[in-house]
Unconditional design. Sequence first.
Length: 155
Amino acid sequence: MKKILVSVIICMFVIVLFNVTAKAQSPIIGTWKTIDDEGPNKGKASSHIEIFEKNGVYFGKITRLLLDPPDKVCDKCKGDLKNKPLIGMIILQDMKKTGDVDKELGVGYASGTIIDPDDGSTYKCKMWVKDDVLTSRGYIGISLFGRSQEWFRVK
């Protein structure tokens, strides 16, 4: 009986420890489905972006194209990214958790940049995550001069 009780306590400890570790992970980490917000594919899912953490900073890379062929390159990108494959390209860089929480949009992230592979431009970026929705806002100068997209968590 004592062995069973000890086993149950150990199992409960492991489950609690696992849940605490899982909840400690930032809500932005994961794979997100992007939805085109303009152009001929407006409203259609266009790609999967995997967001990951490195040294307390968040990055995102394209892992799947849903509307374009998998060998598509960024012909409008500048510099080292010119004519590089979109799959594997890091388009989100240097995002940091702000500590702010918006009641509608969720946990805030800022101070990074995002590349729009459709036009090759790089924008300042802010993001918010609430449940399985990520709101991304790319802008020039101030946030007022930009556009937002909703991304949805891939399960």
